[in-house]
Design a protein around this ligand. Structure first.
Ligand code: NAD
Length: 355
């Protein structure tokens, strides 16, 4: 049948969805509604209907999917109105402002028997798919530490993102993607959440986090750290993952730079004498002989963002299971709330997977 999209909030991200809709066979953007006249004029200029009101958009029988692409503080209200109007809904991330709103959105969609999902598009990012591919092929053995970083240099956050009342801050903005990626890979067994949310460069709202670090610890012993910083004048790699056989580094989003190093045979004996190494006098940290390890290039893993919309279209038609499931979105949100509590109280927060 194909997706016939109606967009509420026709700003930066909505324009990206519109422009990229040509990559999804059968997808058509019918129209949009925005409270800003300039955005309405832009919708008309881009050849779609600029509806006079949200209600008018929700009444259009041609629309079978509503995209909510407004600032985060109004996602819930708009999504619930769309669901109650009988529309399938895809909300931009982060899905809402708090878990009460997330539950309201999910429960309403179940009651109205419509599809509800979230635009967690970074599940299809090349760097993430490459890291998963390396881990799932067992190239580095069983991971014991995962580090996921996004480092920017600007410091300031764009527009409403710089204010807590609009649902700004880096945990909700980028952290939601980075946590979703890790939690999607490890769907059970999260034990504790520890976080530091800091304001380094944004005096316009001292409560807003422009730096967020979250450490997840799993029952298996695996720890996963995500760090998003808006102000880092030098950057660390996008991914660093160590397993019990090897390690992978992915430097960039395109997974063009980086590599894998694997151990071929375990070193069984130490030199008798202490070694003079680049790290100073040590035997434990002395480099492995070249013949005991190998370097591999990163695999070239295809990554196509439009897979998300193709899946949503197939799920609407009852032909596929939804990939970004409400239950997963809810788990990520619970982890973000645990991170907020951890940071406010400077404690490690126990996570109950059944909550
Ligand atoms: P933006 O400020 O560029 O656009 C938001 C638009 O919503 C504006 O045009 C504004 O006038 C409109 N708006 C505000 N309140 C409204 C209301 N009640 N009804 C109708 N329109 C309303 O913001 P953006 O950067 O496009 O972000 C929008 C959403 O997209 C956010 O939730 C953001 O987190 C998300 N986003 C997602 C990604 C991603 O990769 N998935 C990237 C960027 C932004």
């Amino acid at each position: 049948m194909g997706i016939k999209l109606g967009i509420v909030g026709y700003g930066g991200m909505a324009n990206w969805h519109h422009k990229n809709s040509v990559r999804v066979p059968g997808m058509e953007v019918v129209g949009a509604f925005d409270i800003d006249p300039e955005a309405q004029a832009n919708a008309k200029k881009n050849g779609i209907i600029a509806f006079d009101s949200r209600e008018a958009l929700l009444k259009d029988p041609n629309i079978n999917l509503v995209l909510v692409a407004t600032p985060n503080d109004v996602h819930c209200e708009i999504a619930v109105a769309a669901i109650k109007a009988g529309k399938n809904v895809i909300s931009e991330k982060p899905v809402a402002m708090n878990i009460r709103q997330v539950d309201e959105m999910i429960e309403t969609s179940l009651k109205e028997k419509v599809l509800f999902t979230v635009h967690q598009n970074r599940r299809w990012d090349k760097d993430y798919l490459t890291m998963r591919n390396v881990v799932e092929k067992g190239l580095i053995g069983t991971p014991y530490t995962i580090e996921s970083r996004v480092h920017g240099t600007g410091g300031l956050m764009h527009g409403w993102r710089g204010y807590a009342k609009h649902g700004g801050g880096m945990l909700l903005d980028w952290g939601v993607h980075m946590l979703d990626q890790i939690l999607f890979m490890y769907p059970t067994g999260l034990k504790t959440v520890f976080a530091q949310l800091r304001n380094i460069k944004n005096p316009q709202d001292p409560t807003i986090d422009d730096y967020a670090k979250v450490v997840l610890t799993f029952e298996s012993g695996l720890s996963a750290t995500m760090e998003v910083a808006t102000f880092t004048m030098r950057q660390m790699p996008r991914w660093f993952v160590c397993g019990d056989v090897g390690a992978v580094v992915i430097e960039d989003f395109g997974a063009e730079r980086g590599g894998i190093t694997r151990m071929l045979s375990l070193k069984e004996t130490f030199e008798k004498e202490i070694q003079e190494t680049a790290a100073g006098p040590t035997r434990t940290m002395a480099p492995l002989p070249e013949e005991t390890k190998e370097d591999l290039a990163l695999p070239d893993v295809p990554a196509e963002w439009s897979e998300l919309y193709k899946n949503v279209g197939a799920a609407i038609d009852g032909k596929a299971e939804l990939i970004v499931k409400p239950v997963e979105v809810r788990r990520v949100f619970r982890v973000m709330e645990a991170a907020m509590l951890s940071s406010a109280k400077d404690i490690s927060v126990a996570f109950d997977e059944k909550g």
